[in-house]
Design a protein around this ligand. Structure first.
Ligand SMILES: [Zn+2]
Length: 299
């Protein structure tokens, strides 16, 4: 354990590309500062829609080889962010992309949505006890926007944090470990509103423009506890997003998903800290953290 870097950050995401869109600047910043950054991705995103026509043959309803292709995109994105430690929950291909809510793929035997939460969490407990992160980042209970794999990633991450700290739970998985801080990905509504207003005013000629409701994790300002200024890493973030070429087309400072609706790239990334809960003082004085490791001793 003495060989672990002093500060350690673990992120749990549903599909390759979610990490770069939500946390790319945060990941690049902390990796550059010598923090051990570990990404656990729960599925390969096999059901994703494919943007480049030349790669359409990879789709789930054709060759069904999008998963391994997206694993390679993820590896390229992690190079851009300087993140060396990225893993798939339970190993590559253990859990499959469940598709959008209500899709028949939700019910596949191997769909992540179909997985038993404690069983899926057990794979994450092994990572938590090995990497021993002080800080955990995942989605809110709605998964940011209601995608089954995002909801499940939230459940699995929160449950694994509990189990990892429980001394009687699977001692064979390593010494118990309690994360000190847990964050959910957020975007403050006024920030999203302003960015979309700017996008509409500039009208760069995209086929269409998304709306604030298309952005995961948008909440009112009072939920925001933490703001990470990643402007120095905006280039790394967009480079990582660009590496997910089947899913994202980047036109800085905007990007489009397969729905061809433009959205802003956020270089400042926002979080809601749920552990420890926001203090009264923080709420009253509207104090925001500017560092995920604030208050952690020996970090
Ligand atoms: Zn996703």
């Amino acid at each position: 354990m003495t060989s672990l870097p002093a500060r350690r950050l673990l992120l749990v995401h549903a599909h390759p590309d979610d990490e770069s869109i939500n946390n790319g600047a945060t990941m690049a910043k902390y990796a550059a500062e010598g923090v051990q950054v570990t990404l656990v991705t729960c599925t390969l995103g096999e059901e994703g829609e494919i943007i480049p026509p030349a790669l359409a043959h990879l789709a789930a309803d054709r060759e069904d080889t999008l998963g391994p292709h997206r694993a390679a995109e993820l590896a390229a994105a992690m190079k851009e962010l300087g993140v060396a430690d990225h893993r798939f929950l339970g190993g590559q291909g253990r859990f499959r992309d469940s598709g959008m809510m209500g899709a028949p793929q939700n019910h596949r035997e191997d769909a992540f949505w179909h997985a038993e939460v404690d069983a899926a969490a057990s794979y994450l407990v092994t990572v938590l006890r090995e990497v021993r992160p002080q800080v955990l980042i995942t989605y809110d209970p709605d998964g940011g926007y209601g995608h089954p794999d995002h909801i499940q990633a939230h459940r699995v991450a929160m449950r694994a944090a509990e189990l990892a700290a429980e001394p009687t739970y699977r001692p064979d998985f390593g010494l118990p470990h309690a994360v000190e801080k847990v964050y959910w990905n957020r975007v403050p509504r006024p920030v999203a509103d302003e960015a979309f207003a700017h996008l509409r005013a500039e009208d760069p000629g995209f086929p269409g423009i998304a709306s604030v409701d298309d952005v995961p994790g948008v909440v009112d300002e009072e939920h925001i506890t933490t703001e990470i200024d990643g402007s120095a890493y905006a280039g790394a973030k967009t480079a990582a997003m660009r590496a997910h070429a089947t899913q994202i087309s980047v036109h800085e400072p905007w990007f489009l998903l397969s729905n061809e609706l433009a959205q802003p790239v956020f270089a400042t990334e926002y979080y809601e800290r749920v552990l420890p809960p926001r203090t009264e003082e923080e709420a009253d004085e509207d104090i925001r953290e500017s560092d995920l490791f604030e208050g952690i001793e020996d970090a």
